[in-house]
Design a binder for this molecule. Sequence first.
Ligand code: NAD
Ligand code: DAU
Length: 356
Amino acid sequence: MILVTGGAGFIGANFVLDWLARHDEPVLNLDKLTYAGNLETLASLRGDARHVFVQGDIGDGALVGRLLAEHRPRAVINFAAESHVDRSIHGAEDFIQTNIVGTFRLLEAVRAHWSDLPEADKAAFRFLHVSTDEVYGSLAPDEPAFTESHRTEPNSPYSASKAASDHLVRAWHHTHGLPVLTTNCSNNYGPFHFPEKLIPLMIVNALAGKALPVYGDGMQVRDWLYVKDHCSAIRRVLEAGRVGEIYNVGGWNEKPNIEIVHTICALLDELRPRADGASYTTQITHVKDRPGHDRRYAIDARKLEAELGWKPAETFETGIRKTVQWYLDHPDWVAHVQSGAYRQWVQTQYGAPATA
Ligand code: NAD
Ligand code: DAU
């Protein structure tokens, strides 16, 4: 069995679904079910004995200790985090609690369990920490992409909390010998992405006839990877990564935000044309920029390719078409995650929800 934390969120749930589509090895899924965690994403696993779901906090050392003793997983994959930069700007407390204190408590519970394992199990055990390219800071237009040895220069409360968690993971390996692996991935997109993030927000707002809020000039660059390619990278690192190493994960898909929004509008114009015949681009609105907005991220994923032979399967063109189609096919999932709490967030971040 493996223990996945945060497996009801966007990437964690995609990972659990893909894992169980490929293996019969069971998954113990520990998730606090914050606003970002949604059991409906895992509905296809209802009644499947290979998936054991537990609602709980990675910061609850006693609970994690009990789960480890009872289920004896051979690996822990830590997806659980507060993940949205804009929320970390409005209030960083939850980010510090989960991403830093939570990771610390999880590491301690795992270390206590791992220390008592028989030697062979101890050697085979892995703690894989899922992190982000944002820990490396922001790149100038002509700078080379982030390698694993790039300095850690986080700029937002979110990225600072993730960088802190990465350092804790590193220290638990160097000091205590815990067999850890860390992955630092670029921006993901795909099915089950919570519509507070750029790509799903633009799709959902476009279909609802609302404004498409582009921060500042829209020329900030992100490096996009289809979520299932991130999941395949994590499986590969878990299987063959060298203990103590960091692996950057990315798809060599750098694009300015405004181009992403135009691509989404063009796909929707084709797949679900507006009743009035106008393009969805007429809904694009430039709004106030994000404070401290990182200008550019780009991942150099050559280590992962050279050492472990990993490559993404999707291009941006194939992945974004699948993603837009997925949102068109799943209006119920979208409607259910847009609960009262979601509406409150939209009000806080964007003011009164504008219509185009
Ligand atoms: P998400 O916000 O969609 O999901 C996070 C999940 O963690 C939710 O299900 C939530 O309920 C759970 N959770 C939060 N606090 C918890 C706690 N204290 N205990 C247990 N569960 C808790 O996030 P995501 O986009 O799926 O990101 C997953 C991981 O991948 C995060 O660590 C994030 O930093 C990292 N990451 C994300 C991206 C991206 O583009 N989304 C890219 C690189 C790395
Ligand atoms: O790089 C990896 C990171 O990618 C992950 O670690 C984070 O968890 C994940 O949320 C994501 O962070 P970003 O800040 O890059 O993603 P977001 O979707 O919030 O924003 C993408 C870009 O789009 C960013 O430059 C801000 C911009 N944006 C975002 C929103 C929500 C807008 O222009 N308008 C918006 O309404």
